[in-house]
Design a binder for this molecule. Structure first.
Ligand SMILES: Nc1ncnc2c1ncn2[C@@H]1O[C@H](COP(=O)(O)OP(=O)(O)O)[C@@H](O)[C@H]1O
Ligand SMILES: [Mg+2]
Length: 306
């Protein structure tokens, strides 16, 4: 993720087309917005388009606009989103879903920097930075004849691969804590902490819906909890069910095992700096002490040997 953010800063300065690949909910749109915000185009529009939400004909006239009388119902001239995004950034989400016909027109925008409105004859020059995203394997779509290879090369001048949340579990406590503060404050609820057991369950869960699923889980927990601390029973059953709640000693999946391994790993990563480790875990330093005492986790490198 650090590599991705470094790339964001670097590509923001250019006008290269960027292709963001990653599972749903990994933060592709957020990254696209970050690229725009860090670019010289930041004061100009950021125009997101969900290509999977619109039927082919609708997508085409949304993107490129249409002239009056272009088709039944086209009673006025309509500017397309590429014109709206002029001098700014157009974010084409779910690019793998667009038809071959719209792909050809998109290629033209990228190559010639001009568009033709549906039903129109004139070309209109546009200066738009395109950031595209997909959760599909475009290589496979190309092999299947569903995606143009030349468009793929145009789009993927720079490619950012966003890792799924289960491959960066150390981010889970940070994100959970972030969403806790966001939703507690948005709902005026005094929920201030996540119980270590609940955190351990979240760190152990695979999050197929990635950050979006985690966000919803925390929002739900903040709404449901009757205390100031989020407990395992406040989490969605799918997430709370990943680890047996009974503490079977020695079992690799026991709560004790998950907490111990995770806390120990973070302490080691923080080079045994308790303040930093607590920050990384998204818990108070007090909670860290309580946890290490309860599970017999050593707080220094020397004690942890042997
Ligand atoms: N690094 C992050 N920090 C905080 N929130 C994030 C982060 N990445 C994603 N989100 C949030 O997760 C949700 C899903 O992100 P989104 O960019 O829509 O994912 P995608 O486009 O890959 O499906 C959004 O609500 C977004 O604000
Ligand atoms: Mg999205």
């Amino acid at each position: 993720m650090r590599d991705v953010l470094e790339m964001v800063a670097r590509v923001a300065r250019t006008r290269s087309t960027v292709l963001i690949q990653g599972e749903t909910g990994t933060g592709k749109e957020l990254i696209a917005r970050a690229i725009h915000a860090a670019s010289s185009r930041a004061v100009r529009p950021f125009v997101p388009v969900d290509c999977s939400a619109l039927a082919e004909g609708v997508l085409e006239s949304e993107l490129f606009g249409h002239v009056k009388g272009a088709f039944t119902g086209a009673v006025i001239h309509k500017r397309g989103l590429f014109e709206t995004a002029n001098d700014g950034t157009c974010f084409l989400d779910e690019i793998g879903e667009i038809s071959l016909c719209v792909q050809a027109k998109l290629l033209r925008v990228l190559q010639e920097h001009e568009i033709k409105r549906v039903g129109g004859t004139d070309s209109v020059g546009v200066d738009v930075r395109v950031v595209a995203a997909t959760n599909r394997d475009l290589g496979a779509l190309i092999d299947g004849g569903r995606f143009r290879e030349d468009l793929f090369y145009r789009l993927s001048v720079v490619t950012l691969q966003i890792p799924p949340l289960r491959d960066r579990r150390e981010d889970i406590p940070l994100l959970a804590d972030h969403f806790l503060r966001v939703y507690a404050s948005a709902n005026g609820r005094r929920v201030s902490d996540i119980a270590p057991e609940a955190m351990a369950l979240m760190v152990g869960y695979d999050w197929p819906g990635n950050i979006r699923e985690l966000e919803h889980a925390i929002e739900r927990a903040v709404a449901l909890t009757t205390s100031s601390v989020i407990r395992p029973e406040d989490l969605p059953p799918k997430c709370a069910g990943t680890v047996p709640t009974t503490d079977a000693p020695g079992s690799a999946l026991s709560l004790r095992g998950v907490v111990t391994r995770h806390v120990h790993r973070v302490l080691r990563e923080a080079r045994w700096n308790k303040k930093l480790a607590a920050q990384l875990l998204g818990i108070h330093r007090r909670t860290l002490y309580r946890l290490t005492k309860r599970y017999g986790i050593s707080l220094s490198e020397r004690d942890s040997r042997g």
